[in-house]
Design a protein around this ligand. Structure first.
Ligand code: DQA
Length: 147
């Protein structure tokens, strides 16, 4: 069975560390990626991807059907709008963990609804960038339990 964990990042997350640091902090996406890689045990590996384009995220989820054992996804603003990403995730069979750096429930009401949550097996919100590590840990635990 695959041991590749796909971590997907949606729009504007390439600006992490520079964009609204009072909300998202000063760490960059590169730091998040390194933290996730460091955490991998046994023969688990992480592929860490970011796109500002909805269709690209859908394509990567389709690819993950063939290559990956689990998906961690911070879809950014597409969380609140994208039925296409939800449909793609519904076609993926492994664990899906939703990640948000900020506590979306404490913010504007349009951030309170998540299409991703209709598919996600778990969600981590408001833990800052540590949420990514929690997602990787959870996916490893779930995949190992399936052995
Ligand atoms: C976010 C929350 C979203 O509402 C927002 O559009 C983002 C980032 C988060 O990580 O807190 O881009 O997903």
């Amino acid at each position: 069975m695959s041991r590749l964990i796909t971590i997907l990042n949606g729009p504007n997350l390439n600006l992490l560390g520079k964009r609204q640091p009072h909300i998202y902090g000063y760490d960059t996406l590169e730091t998040v990626e390194n933290n996730c890689r460091t955490l991998c045990r046994d023969d688990f590996e992480v592929e860490f991807l970011q796109s500002n384009h909805e269709g690209q995220l859908v394509d990567w989820i389709h690819r993950a059907r063939e290559t990956s054992c689990g998906i961690g996804i911070n879809a950014g603003a597409y969380t609140h709008t994208s039925v296409a990403i939800l449909d793609a995730l519904n076609a993926f069979e492994g664990p899906v963990i939703e990640i948000h750096i900020s506590n979306v429930h404490k913010r504007e009401s349009f951030r309170h609804h998540s299409y991703i949550s209709l598919r996600a097996d778990g969600a981590i919100v408001g833990f800052g960038i540590e949420g990514y590590e929690a997602a990787v840990r959870r996916i490893m635990t779930v995949v190992e339990a399936q052995k």
